[in-house]
Design a protein around this ligand. Structure first.
Ligand SMILES: [Zn+2]
Length: 538
């Protein structure tokens, strides 16, 4: 095309001029691209997850919170507007029955948006997607939308650890019409339409893999659609089954000769039998038990389909609203365990905030720092630099060594309260455990808060002395109350600032576009706001 233009030009001088001009434009373009990427490092972005109680419920409290964020150079407040029990924190016209108690008569979100924008801070509205409460409005009104396990019960029948009840009901991401199109997407739309939020934020955008990775969803809809998704039988001539010709010596190598893999009596099977076939069946008789591959594929597909649908609704609005997501640290493992293959979502997610929290790493603090750098670098590779990654760091979990003794002592106190007074052997065991846990924190506490240590030391002494014989209901209660006060209002320095600073530095080694901190309420309890102000100084 350039040649055509040149041929038409009459004088040689003009040709030289045009060539010079082309060269100039190319050089300018080249240098401006280089300028943006290499010469001038991009500003590191800072996000902070915040729960409404950490922000406050009066305009003054909200302004004070925003001021604090400004001092810490927070660019984006990721504010919870739909919690894990299904409660919402905006003045919803469509879902007034879901508004959280205490937020009915006050425009919390509107006030926060106004105050944040006045300070140049963006608001990202954070919704917990598929997790709901057993008493939440969605499950109350539509129990048929809940995910079911092979026994036909919801996630509320699961246990956390050995005994703790799991107080959540997860909703089915696949069913249509259902929770996704009748409840969740309309909620996102209402927030993005009625409030000047800058972005909306996915959380719990997955299956409930932390309690039961292989048990959901086997609701009636999914039992019908998992085989349909993989087309494990035909709709035409559904009753016919064909004999596979085992032409290849390796059993699974005969897979392609017949896709009617659903048992002929599928329709007569009950929920448990169907789930058992989906999880443990064989695609080729005599081959490996590989049917569950299609279960995982289906779940990934359902989550991805929802992410895509939400984006199409949000991007149809008459103003630009971005979409961000809190995701598990490794999208490849997550795709198998929770259907969260998030590196495949780059067309529909503008910013990723992987929760690369220490709670997802089993080793020491030092090993976490190395693994945080390594994992963040991999996350950037996984999304192929297509979208920004904000490294998600949770302050509380950094302090495993400092928190474990406090948590352990509180648990032992509770156990001791439930022991019969004459069970001296087990009371002595608990008293010894309390003493040992306290020994782990005593010197550090004495360093940062000598008075608190003296007070606490005396209460520990009263409970543990004489092999636990001093542990009366009164001494146990006083110790429990003091421990609870300590946990809720940690002395400055008990959580060493260096740990947070070093974690942020470790994430920075991978050059993520931003850092996201979890969460505002903890920063206050843990006295870490000043540390964040220093770490995020520009
Ligand atoms: Zn389902």
């Amino acid at each position: 095309m350039i040649l055509c233009v040149l041929r038409k030009l009459k004088s040689r001088k003009t040709i030289i001029n045009v060539v010079m001009l082309l060269l100039l434009v190319t050089t300018m373009h080249f240098s401006s691209t280089r300028h943006a990427s290499a010469d001038q490092p991009k500003k590191e972005m800072h996000a902070l997850w915040a729960h409404p109680p950490a922000v406050g419920t009066t305009p003054e409290a909200i302004r004070k919170f925003v001021d604090q964020c400004k001092r810490a150079n927070i660019d984006t407040i990721v504010i919870l507007v739909k919690g894990a029990q299904g409660e919402i924190y905006w003045q919803s016209k469509r879902f007034p029955q879901a508004i959280a108690k205490g937020y009915e008569g006050f425009d919390f979100l509107g006030t926060l948006v106004k105050e944040a924008h006045a300070q140049g801070i963006r608001i990202d509205a954070w919704l917990c997607d598929f997790i709901e409460g057993p008493n939440g409005a969605a499950y109350r009104e539509h129990p048929e939308w809940a995910q079911l396990n092979p026994d036909g019960t919801t996630t509320a029948s699961e246990k956390l650890g050995q005994t703790r009840p799991y107080d959540y009901v997860w909703m089915c991401p696949a069913r249509r019409p259902g929770y996704v199109d009748q409840w969740l997407i309309p909620m996102f739309e209402e927030v993005a339409t009625n409030y000047q939020v800058d972005s909306v934020h996915h959380d719990y955008v997955r299956y409930p893999g932390d309690v039961a990775p292989d048990s959901y969803c086997f609701c009636d809809y999914c039992l019908a659609h998992i085989p349909q998704h993989a087309m494990l039988s035909y709709k035409t001539r559904p009753e016919e089954r064909y004999r596979v010709k085992f032409a290849q010596p390796r059993i699974e190598a005969n897979w392609w000769s017949d896709p009617t893999m659903l048992p002929g009596d599928w329709d007569k099977m009950d929920r448990r039998e169907k789930a058992d076939f989906i999880l443990n069946g064989r695609t080729v008789p005599g081959g490996p038990p590989d049917m569950r591959y299609f279960f995982y594929e289906y779940r990934q597909h359902q989550i991805k389909r929802y992410v895509e649908e939400l984006a199409s609704h949000i991007r149809r609005l008459d103003r630009k609203v971005e979409i961000s997501a809190a995701v598990f640290k490794n999208p490849i493992l997550s795709s198998r365990f929770i259907g969260q293959h998030w590196n495949e979502w780059t067309p529909w997610i503008d910013i990723y905030m992987p929760m690369t929290y220490r709670s997802h790493f089993a080793g020491s603090f030092e090993s976490y720092l190395d693994h945080l750098s390594e994992t963040t670098a991999r996350q950037i590779e996984w999304v192929n630099h297509e979208r920004p990654i904000y490294a998600g760091i949770a302050t509380t979990y950094l302090y495993r060594e400092e928190l474990t003794p406090i948590d352990d002592i509180r648990e032992r106190i509770n156990e001791m309260k439930n022991l019969p007074a004459d069970d001296s052997k087990r009371r002595a065991e608990k008293a010894r455990a309390i003493g040992e846990s306290y020994a782990l924190m005593k010197s550090h506490l004495a360093e940062v808060a000598p008075d608190a240590e003296k007070e606490l030391g005396a209460l520990i002494q009263a409970v543990t002395t004489n092999e636990g014989r001093g542990a009366t209901p009164a001494t146990l209660d006083s110790l429990a109350a003091r421990m609870s006060k300590l946990r809720g209002d940690l002395p400055p320095g008990y959580f060493q600032p260096e740990k947070l600073t070093r974690a942020i530095e470790a994430a920075r080694k991978a050059h993520p576009e931003g850092v996201a901190i979890f969460a505002a309420g903890n920063l206050a309890i843990e006295k870490l706001w000043p540390t964040l102000e220093t770490a995020f100084k520009r």
